[in-house]
Ligand binder design. Structure first.
Ligand code: ADP
Ligand code: MG
Length: 340
């Protein structure tokens, strides 16, 4: 026979190619897990862009020692039980792949404790194998430390970018979660330097200005729109047409809390500005679209960067209208400044 089943380690390392596409993707998966565990504070620390060290810790629900041992196995998840659950998803995670794949291509220490247990557990894992375990008596929550990412797949490690570039990509991911979760406090430390230490329950506008310090309070226009028929809601902030930049990096669109990269959404956003947006200029926009989860398929991309809408045109239309309404309101306000 020529056909045989692949060894588990090989399967995991192949899967890791999809999940671990850079240090940023590790940070993304770990932050998502922390948010899914209802944390109020997330601390992220990286060294050398994350190539040497990544730590994400939270004060969320934590795991029992038994669950922790399960969590690092492939395809184990507490988030869905059946395929139907995918269509009423209210968590970031559901594939049960992150911890197992990251553990298989790094030296990981994962530590967790639940409130109701006085003792938690800490596991030391090397290339997917648990090499040590010890009880943990610290605070409730979970901490994942990842050393030497991809150390055992040297060909892939070579594909990591420079520490500067990896670090910049991690920073972008952290910023994105900070923006979509202003109620969560974030500490972000890069090579020993505190980059962000944001308060809990920060108003979105303040959070935006923390991330984009070049914006003034007046630059931001609130977007608040619900399409009565479809129930799609669009909220967030955009900048006035004169407060733009030369690239789309300031345009961030989240669908049901998930950051999505889908150019049609950017086009719809920009169409909302109509003629007021100069060619080649792009606004800042932090937009949250809420759609009935039954109308969205998040399963189309392993990194969940794309989602599939069953009624795409409704979403694009709602987004365009929402921006148009917001811009117009501010516009008329500006035209009649003297009226009291
Ligand atoms: P997924 O998030 O898709 O379920 P993961 O491999 O990322 O898969 O995590 C596996 C499981 O481990 C999760 O379903 C969750 O139960 C648990 N877990 C992971 N990270 C945390 C965390 N920070 N706090 C509490 N539980 C966690
Ligand atoms: Mg996960």
């Amino acid at each position: 026979m020529k056909i045989r089943e692949l060894p588990k380690e090989v399967v995991l390392k192949i899967a890791a190619g999809e999940v671990v596409t850079g240090c940023f993707s590790v940070v993304k998966e770990l932050i998502e897990n922390s948010i899914d565990a209802h944390t109020r504070r997330i601390e992220v620390e990286i060294r050398e862009g994350g190539k040497e060290f990544i730590r994400v810790s939270d004060d969320g629900e934590g795991m029992s020692p038994e669950d922790l041992k399960e969590a690092i196995k492939p395809h184990t998840t507490s988030k869905i039980k059946s395929i139907e659950d995918l269509y009423r998803l209210n968590t970031y995670g559901f594939r049960g792949e992150a911890l197992s794949t990251i553990a298989s291509v790094s030296r990981m220490i994962i530590t967790s404790k639940q409130e109701k247990n006085s003792v938690g557990l800490s596991l030391r894992i090397t290339g997917g194998n648990v090499v040590a375990e010890e009880p943990y008596l610290g605070k409730t929550g979970t901490m994942v430390e990842v050393y030497d990412l991809l150390f055992n797949t040297p060909a892939r490690r070579k594909f990591l970018k420079s520490a500067a570039v990896e670090g910049r990509m991690v920073t972008e991911i952290v910023q994105r979660f900070m923006l979509s979760n202003p109620s969560i406090s974030f500490l972000y430390v890069k090579d020993g330097k505190v980059i962000y230490d944001s308060p809990i329950d920060q108003p979105l506008k303040d959070r935006i200005r923390l991330i984009f310090p070049e914006l003034k309070p007046d630059d931001l226009i609130e977007v608040e729109y619900t399409d009565e028929n479809s129930g799609i809601s669009v909220r967030g902030f955009v900048t006035m047409p004169e407060r733009t930049r030369l690239n789309r990096f300031g345009e961030m669109i989240f669908v049901n809390s998930r950051h999505v990269k889908q150019i049609e959404l950017n086009y719809a956003l920009e169409r909302g500005y109509g003629e007021t947006l100069e060619k080649g200029r792009f606004p800042f926009a932090i937009i949250f679209i809420e759609v009935d989860p039954a109308l969205v398929d998040v399963n189309v991309h392993p990194q969940k960067l794309e989602v599939k809408f069953s009624r795409t045109s409704l979403v694009l239309d709602a987004l365009k209208r929402a921006v148009r309404v917001a811009i117009h309101q501010r516009g008329t306000f500006r035209i009649k400044p003297g009226i009291s």
